[in-house]
Ligand binder design. Sequence first.
Ligand code: GLN
Length: 552
Amino acid sequence: MSTKYIFVTGGVASSLGKGIICASLGRLLVAQGLKVTIQKLDPYINVDPGTMNPYEHGEVYVTDDGAETDLDLGHYERFLDIQTSQTNNVTTGRIYYDVITKERQGAYLGKTVQVIPHITDEIQSHVLELGNSGEYDIVIVEIGGTVGDIESLPYIEAVRQLRYNVGRKNTLSIHLTLVPYLAAAGELKTKPTQHSVKTLSESGLQPDIIVCRSERELDNSIRNKVARFCNVDLEDVIASLDAKSIYEVPLLMKEEGLDKRVIEKLDLETKEYNLDNWIGFVEAVCDPSGEIEVALVGKYVEHHDSYKSIVEAFIHAGAVNDCKVKVRWVQSDDITKENAASKLEGVSGVLVAPGFGGRGIEGKLSAVEYARVNGVPFFGICLGMQCAVIEYARNVCGWKEANSTEFQSDSEYPIIDIMPDQKDIENMGGTMRLGKYACQLQEGSYSHLAYGEKLVYERHRHRYEVNNNLRYKLVEGGLSLVGMNPERDLVEIVEIPEHPWFVGVQFHPELKSTVNNPQPLFVDFVKASLKHAKSTDQYKPLKSTAKKKVAK
Ligand code: GLN
């Protein structure tokens, strides 16, 4: 079977959840035995989101091969249980960069280089790269932005051409729109959808399926209107209502028949659904036995998308432990030594988040100290781990001036220091220690217990490390360096053995947590926090009288 392509565009408004719709459709197809991947095309001029501020773009998701990508790739991995790579995220910046590089090399043989055909051809070749790999039955292509945007035009045109180049029967166009409810009129309105489809059609792309996001049920007259005025069959109008959890969306899409229509139209051969694990997971998420609260200490907490994968990893780990993990968002700028206890009062675990730069560091150090001294389960990720090391060096080992050279370049005790191979790098984009590296675990450590194996691979995104020349001081003071990178002898995990659960990791474990494979350190951190909650009366039982119904 030749690879089929499903193009997903969005209209009317942004933030309708195109990524979740793509991931949900992908999950349903994977559950029927198909090999699927998802590619995100982003119409901005940054080569990748790696240089963007988290307030601007949310989390930067890192793949095994070290690509800094859009956070939607996180959804794809979490829903489909697949590995994505650099090829799965293409930006306008990347397309232009490649075209201009070729132009400088003389590859266009004296031609005038133009948006059409050169940019549109380059877009097509990036899409075909995944399809031509022979690894997938289906490539879902999510086109970022909203139809009608100036910057989306070359993508829509590339898709229009691709539909002919790979054969129309091998492609499908899905359009996601909004059907708003107007309270004053007391009805749902289809006009914005009609306009959006009209705009798309003017660019030569007619949708085969229309997914309508709406707050309210779409009755038959509304569905008929969309079908009639947008040139699709009635059963190709799919309603997507707000869900309790994003993980319920695949089940809701199955009820609406989205995957069924896709399979019929693309003439795909499928197996029986295998969704038992997914359904069990959704039930556990929607109807947990109890609740605990953990603190997420970071400096971008007003913008929850900055910590997307951490929040999702908590949902996965909560389901394993049959409890809801409620996140208390704590702004590190606001924490001081004096108020740490009141800011963190009642939480059963403390996670100190990744980040860059000196703002909020003293607050993070106070949060670490609070957790360390009071025996509250602690999880430090990347910068959070570096803070744990600094706090330990200062308050346990007695190096009061210990610091990271990221915050104090002339520190006398630079317990965290820039890696030697990072010292002369001037360019910011794509130059950190990025992607998958090995980590050897010490037998019997908390981390080893969590993973159940001694060699693990996790993803990185940082420039600084525990200083190998000074690390002896930490060991003397009782900090265990339980995870090491074997190739370069770098400290990847620190633990305090006497503490109920105190683990700091230099890598980003949250990036590899999926529904089917919840990340082991998150699972054990939640387990330890649950234990702490129960022993301190912080556990909140959530008794549901009747089993809540989950779509199947
Ligand atoms: N700023 C730190 C470094 O570059 C930590 C980075 C992070 O938390 N991802 O090493």
